[in-house]
Write a protein that binds this ligand. Sequence first.
Ligand SMILES: Nc1ncnc2c1ncn2[C@@H]1O[C@H](COP(=O)(O)OP(=O)(O)OP(=O)(O)O)[C@@H](O)[C@H]1O
Length: 616
Amino acid sequence: MHSEASSKRRRVQRSPSPVYKLDDQDDSYEPYVPVAKRRQARLAKLVSWGGTLDREQAKREQEEREDEANEEERLRERQRKERTLLMEAQEVHSRKAAEDAKKTEEQKAQEADEEILEAIKSRRKLASDLELAKGIQYTESLKTSWRPPKYIQERSSEDHRKLREKHHIIAEGEDIPPPIEHFSDMKIPQSILDHLRSKRITSPTPIQLQGIPVAFSGRDLIGIAFTGSGKTLAFCLPLIMLAHEEEAKLPFVRGEGPVGVILCPSRELASQTYENITTWCSALARDGKYPPLNVLLCIGGISMNEQRHAMSKGLHIVVATPGRLIDMLEKRRFTFNNCKYLCMDEADRMIDLGFEDDVRNIMSFFTRQRQTLLFSATMPRKIQDFAQQSLIRPVLVNVGRAGAANLDVLQVVEYVKQEAKMVYLLECLQKTPPPVIIFSENKNEVDDIQEYLLLKGVEAVAIHGSKSQEERQYAIKSFKSGAKDVMVASGVASKGLDFNEIQHVIIFTMPKEIEDYVHQIGRTGRSGKTGIATTFVNMNTPEQTLLDLKYLLMEAGQKVPAFLASIEDPRAAQGGVLKGCAVCGGLGHGIGNCPKLEETQRRQMASHRTTDTGGY
Ligand SMILES: Nc1ncnc2c1ncn2[C@@H]1O[C@H](COP(=O)(O)OP(=O)(O)OP(=O)(O)O)[C@@H](O)[C@H]1O
């Protein structure tokens, strides 16, 4: 623009005469022609055109005729092609219809399931947006110095297979570290072994037996095992050992760390895991050979002032709920510059509760490759697909069917009319001595039950999402200490909580999702002890839920009451497949009718609408 304007300016200044060629480079120059001359020239041009007009006209008409002929030919060709395509399509269609007719209901249902699963799989990877944006992809597992004892390394893969089979462990993945049957062979410090023994933890549970060697080896892990099977130790111990190794190499000073983080979907679960870790860390430090490790509890509802002591030193381990963790990271109260270990407890719950974006956000604070572990009692296939895409050479350790009930729980299902439930509850409480947990899906019902029990002189506390943090902590503390006999709880508030020796779980209102039922009955029958679960069902319980329950009881070899046994599976009547749902693991319905699928979508939509983070 600027140079054009300046060249025009030059022309104006330097044009004393119209015929004077200013500059050889000035191509835009046009000599001046007076108006009269220009008019004459235009007239002459028009006259000469008139002479050739007729010839031109004839030529144009000829060309038009040729064009039309060509167009008609093209049209005929297209119609010919379309007819063959149509015929082909019709043939394909009728061939497909014939094939479909030949297909069994089972194949059709499988195809439909695969379509839904494919749609779920197309979700984004469980990796940070930053990593995705930068195209960062880790391909190596984390290197650790841990090795299995030589004599175990020398065992054949057939020996390992037999040991896994003996403990009903399914392990999938490349180059899987060996299962180890004794804690003493896992190279765990003696002080921790002594502490575990004092808690009557003498030999590893199946998830520990295979999960701990995998995690000690630095491998990414998806751990699935039933409720109360000792998953917490399986993911905490490797982090404690890693933190200890780092501290031994170079002691952490204020502002440094953490080495690893454990993410939990609820504050209660995080508090419980924090307590476990601090106990194990103190046990480790007790013999004086190991330096003390500093653990931070990072959850909403508590003042970070309470955690001042942890923040004033180098930080080794953080146990957190997603919201508060993000807050702390954004405020740079600590960084993940040295963080190598990320474990998500109740991973499926975390995703279901809409924490997926938070998890991705948290991952974006990592500046180096990490070891990632996902643990859950129920791990539907969608989470496995989701996780498999983002973990590096993960090992899947599965004990029993994901979503199966703990066989140490005696499951009793009773038909109780809605109006008779409260009175019958009192009777039910007589079945066992305390402590007893009563579950209801509804917060108001939780309050009503507690009120009723208090009126009847039963020492009961209540916990649900609308209670304040202090109320929730008080309820858990007084119930755990044995000061209160009964805890009335909503499902969400109590998932994954490990209470001592619960004798009896009463499910006052059967949850719609069978996974929640499995988690609820799993509060009893823990660490090898047996327990009872009594569940009330009635006309209000959806038939599909009852069917899921029926199959679950059958699978666990429990007594199926007559009213449940008489429920027909509609899939059987339609000649369909009686295969479990790949999304929630329910055995009484297919993926197309999964209540969890609807619920998950609803929650995801809700989480997009609001930034509310339940665990914050
Ligand atoms: N090897 C073991 N032997 C005996 N008891 C154990 C062992 N490991 C852990 N426990 C005990 O079993 C109980 C349940 O463990 P934990 O809470 O880790 O189970 P979980 O698998 O995480 O259950 P949930 O899925 O319900 O959260 C705890 O009280 C724990 O101390």
